[in-house]
Design a protein around this ligand. Structure first.
Ligand SMILES: Nc1ncnc2c1ncn2[C@@H]1O[C@H](COP(=O)(O)OP(=O)(O)OP(=O)(O)O)[C@@H](O)[C@H]1O
Ligand SMILES: [Mg+2]
Length: 580
């Protein structure tokens, strides 16, 4: 609750005005039937037109005040709830941005989307409703009860029988509703994740002709959601008929008893009309209260899910960094006996006892079978994950001692699963450096061998990229991603299989540029082709998370069987392809 106080604070006048203004409606609700009965009992009975007109004017004025109060209440409750949840959504988004890679692994994207949209919306709905009903329903209940008892105490006893019965049934309904809403929210999560995955990968689905399968999968998820929604709504819907039944039975009872009293002469006609109205109001306010509770139970499920995101402990921060002002200046990288596993409790290590170093300006090649831990290894340098054991040093300082901003600014990384964003090519490249001059932009693109094809587009650097860069080829996309990283002018440049879709001749030109234009930058290159790392100062051969060979191409070729095997099999294949 304390957390939400922070969001309410800026809008406190609205949060107070909304329920207070709604009290005018209560006043009207309570007074109007009383005025009505006075007109019937005195004005009509005595044929006093003056009295009737006078009371009539008072009633109209009361109704006007009531309407104004109602409008004000609606306005301020909307304002309060919309503004407050908008801030909440901002903070949730910011929170997710702070998440480490490990934190992100915990949630599916769909679940995060649901939490930021649907769940926040639930909170907004309940706040709006709550503010309007907070005073109004209890106010109406109490006011109508007082008026009913003041008119005829004996007749009012009927209500005392109905209320406990109603309260019991509402209690039962609420208890059944909450777990069903929780289930429903989970199903919404699932369907959002499903939609997300299917839409982003629609091309893969089509090429594998898996459309039918996906449709079937979706249908099943949708059916699931439908069932759980119906399941929850059934309960909600049950409230209405129960309430209406109670209302009708009570009204009938009142009219029957009241009619007898009028015939017996102990009650006036006007009083009975007013009395029935109050009875209806009492039951209505109970109904509204139960609706508020029902919405609350639904929102509570959402609040829990929102809190989960807010309470997720960010396991990778630079709060304890000892050298926050330090920037990466030379680019020396050293691993000291590093071990790593993705989950704390798992015994299985993805990396085991890795030790090596790279001097500033050198090229380090990394080669190894798929799944051997190459990506995992380089992700430790910009602290996308933290080591489980050992230390990673950059310029002799533990990476955990840098501020994340300075560390990551010093390390340019082209991720294996790279994406471009919607926007122009230039906008995408400027992610590397917003202030880069036109010349710097060109130079980076030229080094990455991207300048040529970009210029061949009619709009050149202003060409719009579709979402994720759909309108450039795989190799072009890789080159743009390299250019983007180069523009950052990092001290350490990491390429994770970033030229796999580029032809060998172009790749050779990129390597040549690295040698000349990036003399002082430390380059770490992960590759599948030996040709990509042949000229490296040092090559690491990884296998199942362990280093099984380290040295220059010649050294490895002479002494590392695994390396020899990769080299000869690739050479043979190239020869065969060359012949055919
Ligand atoms: N986010 C993750 N959570 C849990 N396990 C992971 C995660 N990412 C990778 N792994 C596991 O870690 C191991 C090493 O993966 P890694 O991505 O480092 O391999 P790689 O050498 O880069 O392979 P490739 O050549 O195919 O890119 C694999 O067994 C993989 O299943
Ligand atoms: Mg990889």
């Amino acid at each position: 609750m304390k957390r939400y106080g922070k969001y309410i604070k800026p809008y406190w006048p609205s949060f107070i005005l909304a329920p207070v203004l709604m009290l005018t409606e209560v006043l009207g609700d309570v007074l109007l039937p009383k005025f009505m009965s006075m007109i019937v009992n005195y004005g009509v009975a005595n044929r006093d037109m003056g009295y009737v007109t006078g009371m009539g004017v008072i009633m109209v004025l009361t109704a006007c005040v009531m309407a104004l109060g109602g409008i004000g209440g609606a306005y301020f409750s909307s304002k309060a709830s919309i503004c407050f949840t908008s801030d909440l959504r901002d903070d949730l988004f910011a929170r997710v941005q702070e998440f480490s890679f490990k934190n992100i692994d915990q949630y599916s994207t769909g679940s995060l989307v649901t939490r930021l949209t649907n769940d926040v919306q639930q909170v907004q709905n309940v706040t709006m409703m709550g503010l309007r009903m907070m005073f109004r329903s209890p106010g109406m209940l109490i006011g109508a009860l007082i008026m009913a008892f003041s008119i005829n105490g004996k007749l009012a006893l009927v209500i005392l029988v109905v209320i406990p019965l109603l309260a019991l049934s509402i209690g039962i309904i609420l208890k059944t509703a909450f777990p069903r809403f929780t289930v429903m929210q989970k199903k919404i999560d699932r369907i959002n994740s499903g939609i997300q995955e299917a839409l982003t990968n629609v091309r893969v689905i089509k090429s594998f002709v898996r459309g039918d399968y996906e449709e079937e999968k979706f249908k099943e998820m949708n059916q699931d959601l439908k069932d759980s929604s119906l399941n929850a709504m059934k309960v909600v819907m049950a409230t209405m008929p129960v309430m209406t039944l109670a209302m009708n039975v009570t009204t009938l009872a009142v009219v029957w008893y009241g009619g007898n009293m009028i015939i017996g002469g102990s009650m006036q006609v006007g009083d009975l009309t007013a009395f029935t109205t109050y009875i209806v109001q009492i039951l209505m306010s109970l109904m509204m209260l139960s609706m508020v509770f029902l919405q609350c139970s639904r929102a509570l499920a959402s609040v829990k899910r929102i809190n989960e995101v807010m309470d997720t402990e960010i396991d990778l921060t630079d709060a304890d960094a000892a050298r926050k002002d330090l920037e990466v200046s030379r680019g020396r990288v050293e691993f000291q006996d590093v071990s790593f596993s993705y989950s704390q409790d798992s015994e299985e290590k993805v990396l085991e006892h890795i030790s090596f170093s790279v001097e500033p300006g050198q090229i380090l090649g990394i080669i190894g079978a798929t799944g051997s831990g190459k990506t995992t290894l380089v992700q430790l340098i910009p602290r996308l994950y933290d080591v489980t054991e050992g230390r990673v040093l950059v310029d002799g300082v533990d990476v955990r001692d840098y501020s994340l901003r300075n560390l990551r600014n010093g390390v340019g990384m082209v991720l294996q699963k790279n994406v471009l964003f919607s926007g122009t090519i230039e906008e995408n490249l400027r992610w590397g450096d917003e202030e880069a001059s036109e010349e710097e932009l060109r130079a980076a693109a030229e080094s990455a061998q991207a300048d040529g094809f970009v210029r061949s587009f009619t709009d050149g650097y202003d060409t719009d990229l579709g979402q994720g860069g759909v309108n450039v080829s795989g190799g072009q996309k890789q080159r743009l991603c390299i250019a983007r990283a180069l523009l950052k002018k990092p001290k350490i440049l990491i390429l994770d299989d970033s030229t796999s879709a580029v032809d060998t001749a172009t790749e050779a030109r990129i390597r040549e540029c690295f040698r000349t234009a990036l003399k002082d930058t430390t380059k770490i290159i992960i590759a599948q082709r030996i040709g990509s790392v042949e000229e490296a100062d040092r090559i690491l051969v990884l296998d199942e998370g362990k280093i099984i060979g380290m040295g220059s191409h010649e050294e490895l070729l002479a002494g590392c069987p695994a390396y020899q095997e990769i080299y000869y099999s690739q050479r043979d294949r190239e020869r065969k392809e060359g012949v055919s």
